[in-house]
Design a protein. Sequence first.
Length: 301
Amino acid sequence: MPKPVRIVLQVLGGLIGLVLIVILGASAVSAMRLKKHYDVAGKVVPQPTDSASLARGKALATLYGCTGCHTANLGGQQLIDAFPMAKLATSNLTRGAGGVAATYTDADWDRAIRHGIRPDGTPLVLMPSAAFNRMSDDEFGRVLAYVKSVPAVDRTPAPRVMYPIARVLHAFRLGPEPLVPVEVIDHTAQRNPQPAPGPTLEYGEYVASACRFCHGENLGGQAVGGEPGAPPSPPIGPNSVVSRWTEAQFVQTMRTGTTPEGRKLNPKYMPWDAVGTLHDDELHALYTYLHQLKPEKVAAN
């Protein structure tokens, strides 16, 4: 065998060996971290069950992506089935066969939704608990009341499988969003009281926290808008198309799902129908907040 060919094969063999070592090491680290036990006491919050509160809870559940990941009936779905990434199904949140509602206590719900922790203390994967962790007790109580009111669905999710790429992403904390949010949440942080609903900048910032799940932490858009499989999400702050809308156009878009340019928004990925249930004062607050963001903090459209 010619010497140059032998050198190339040796280099390739070394690279392959190095990749295998990284994958094996990442798999071991990931496996240990997925078995870690988190001792967080779940909080029990009041859960109003009047029709207005349940409607608000449904709107918030849609805004924060519950119906996107767990489907409209909250029965769960196969969210990812892609080798060499992962095979991940979302939980059935109802009381039906295979669902968690029949066994979850109120403290279990709090740990799962706001902390990303299973009842046995181990982490949930791809549960956006960092967003819910900011939610006030009042709003969380409405969301939980709605989730618990949904009719039973009989559906058992498939077991979780983490393939090499997911293991590497988890082990090295790579990617735009953490695979295991429990690892990045401050579980001892005190939640600020929810701002009073109204046409204030403070309340607009509070409402915009739900937008970050799809549009990114700085509202500058993301390559994947929210749950895996979603199309890219556009920026919605300065230098975006939204910044060129009047407030009346913004409100009309959220109420009808049709932009001033005539584009129809897909409610599966852009929950305009849920945003549209917000009161006029709340939409004014959101519009005002989006327009006061500094342009340099948001990606250009």
